[in-house]
Each structure stands twice: as C-alpha cells, then as structure tokens.
Ligand binder design. Sequence first.
Ligand SMILES: [Zn+2]
Ligand SMILES: [Zn+2]
Length: 384
Amino acid sequence: MGVGLIVLACEQQSEGGTVSVDPTLFLEDALVGDIAEESCTLSGGTKTTCYRITVKSTPVDHQAGPWCPKTISDGDQAGGIWPEGGKINNVDGAFIKNLAAFYSDDERKLYRDDGSVRVTDSKEACAAAARPDVDEDYQSSCFQCLPSYLEEGMVNTYIIPIKPVKQTTPGQLARTAVGLALNGVNFDPPTPTDAILSAHTLAPFDDCGGHINLNHGYHYHAHTGCPTEMAQADAHTPMIGYALDGFPLHTRLKEQSAEESRLDQCRGHSDETRGYHYHVADPGSNSFIDCFQGEYGCSFERDGEGQTCDATSMNNRRGPGGPPPCEGERKTRRPDDEAVKESHFAQPHLKPCTDTSQKHAKHNHKHIEENHEHAGKSHMHAES
Ligand SMILES: [Zn+2]
Ligand SMILES: [Zn+2]
C-alpha cells in the first residue's frame, strides 16, 4: 500500500516536479465548447502544447454584485468592497459618505445632497467612466458595470500550457490575466487604483472580489472565498484555478503568518503531491500572486477564433512584462494601458449575459475528493 501511494505520486508528476494541468477540474457550466489541445508559443519562446479553454464572461457558481450602494444610508448588503491600505473595506453607505475624509480629498464626494450615490447607471455611463481620461460627467461617481451591459454570449479564451515550463528567473505577470479560476472567471492583474482614485471615483469589487469590464466581463481582483474550490485529499488548502503559466493556484496557507518564510517571491512553493503551485494573497492586497515562475500562455477576449498563441510577440513589441500576451483582440489598446484595460469600460460589445443565475454548477472532475479537512498540524508536511 505504501508502494501504491508512491506510484500514484510519481504518475501525477511530470519531469521537473511540475504537474500537468487537469482540464476536468474546470466547471462544466463555465465552459463554452470542449477544452482543446493546440500548439502554442509561451512567453519565454518555448513551443509546446496548450489547452484552449473558452469560458463564459460571468460567474456560474455565485452571484455578481452588488458594487455601489444607492444611498449613503445603505447597509453592508448594498455594496461591495474596496482594497486600501492592504485591507478590504466594506463599501456601504457610510463608507461613501466618509470617502472624502478617508482619502483627505474634498472632491471625492460621490453622493448628492439628498444622500443618493452618484453611480454609473447605464452601459454608456459605465463605458465613458472607465476610460483613463474619465469623462468629467462621471468623475466623482461610483463606477459599476452590470452583467446586463455585456454583449450576449460573450466569452473569453485562455491558452495555458499543459505542462508548465519553469523559467530560470521569475517573470513579471502578464497584463491581461494572472490566471483562470475553476469557475471560468479571470484572475486579473491589480486594478489600477491610482488611476481610479485620481478621477475621484471608486470602482468597488463585489463581495466576491470581482467586478465587470465591458471588454472581458466579470473578473476578480481579490480572492474572498467565493469561487468553487477543489479540496485536496491531504488537508492542503484548496485549489481555485490555474495561473496563466499552468501552475495551480491555491487559497492562502492555513498558517498565514508563515507565508513569508514558506513561499517564494511569486507566492509559490512545491510539494510532492502538487509540484510547484501558488497560494493567492490576502484580498486586501489587490493581487493574487507577484510573478510567474513559469512561461505563460495567452488570453483572448472573446473566442480568439483563428488566433494562435504566441506569447513572445507581445513581449517583443512592448517590452518585458507588459504587454498583453497575445495579438488580436487587444490591438486597440495602448501601451499605457493598464488603465485602459481596467477601463472596465471600454468599447463596444455589450449586452446581457444569460447564464449568470445558474447556481451550484457541477464539477465534471473525475476524482471526487473525500474528506480533507483534517486541518491542524497534519497539513504541515505538505507546506514545505
Ligand atoms: Zn477590474
Ligand atoms: Zn502549498
């Protein structure tokens, strides 16, 4: 029996201590079409085989929103959250009322004298407000884009290496995506809080750490525990998705105080069962991981039909670390685009998404996890 376990562990690993991506872990309801294999060129120039994963643009396993409260007397349930000072703040009516003081900025008054909150309450407003040069009409407003503003049937596509390829030195995150949750939602790079705040506005996340951008739909900036998790058989913290380099993303270490000593600069480490993997950061950090240990693939807004993944081309064009990894949908973006992207706003295609209400999406994964929560010290061996 001891031997059997060892064999299993070996089979799960590929050379280099990395474990191949398991496409069956993604929620079936989140997928649009089957996950396919295709050739790809990763950010470091490695030509390999990737999975093409096309997903819906809104979550299938939890609600999206709310983001902005309607009045300054609204309670916690009426709004979302906002990261500041390394922590999450509840965006309720009182927070909006106090915002000018919170930021020592008199222009940051997002409500009218009658107590109603100024909110971007139409698709047009959400598009106009999110531009880097925020339209004056929308300054001092609470930004939000509703699922109903999204183009019908909008999808996004991720090209992720089947077998992660480690780099000799860690690389900067891709601008377009840090990774993909098992529920099909994008783990986005940090939201450009400076640009948002400089327009005296606020673009709250909902309580699940996500909000909507008209270009690629609902995406996360913080992990607060909403998306479907894949429990681990050995009490290691659950997996929640894959980074764009193909390494798994897990929730925080159970002993969060030990993260600094146990995790590398990217927030990853290795163990025998999972190989190299990351643990996402505190939700108040406006981030998930800090760099990629592997060469990353591509993400395409919409289906990326006819586009192959060459993650090097964007690097060449725009310099290290920056560029959206793939040609195509992103061509309208400018180099200064962190804000444009986050422009949670932007262009054309919008419309109501259907599947937002599906609850309890089903996993189509094969291995059912038994009971893993024997927390406590027993998991420590896994957290090397
Ligand atoms: Zn965002
Ligand atoms: Zn771990």
